[in-house]
Design a protein around this ligand. Structure first.
Ligand SMILES: [Zn+2]
Length: 104
């Protein structure tokens, strides 16, 4: 059976987004003591985002590595540099480089 691409109801998507935001803030709280748990929260947030087809807000997108999906904390496991109007994030765990447009 082919899976249809139907968008989930708006209400469900809104709840999904809320849960994603909560997971990110929980990951932030717990990162110091339990970095592995923080990574788990990110994994969960990504799962919710995929299931409900909601985008992870751009402000949260730079909080995890697109490659190894680890929660990133500048000065700990990610190196942040600005380069020609871009923010360059260098993940220290997988050596993956991400670029974001620098917003004022
Ligand atoms: Zn990484």
């Amino acid at each position: 059976m082919k899976r249809k691409h139907i968008k989930k109801p708006e209400k469900q998507r809104k709840i999904a987004l809320e849960r994603i935001t909560i997971l990110f803030s929980e990951a932030k709280k717990i990162f110091k003591e339990e970095p592995k748990l923080a990574d788990k929260y990110i994994k969960l947030a990504r799962k919710i985002s995929m299931k409900y087809k909601v985008k992870i807000p751009s402000t949260l997108k730079r909080r995890y590595c697109k490659h190894c999906h680890k929660y990133l904390v500048p000065g700990t496991n990610v190196r942040v540099r600005t380069h020609k109007g871009h923010m360059v994030y260098y993940c220290l765990s997988c050596k993956h480089i991400m670029r974001f447009v620098y917003k004022k």
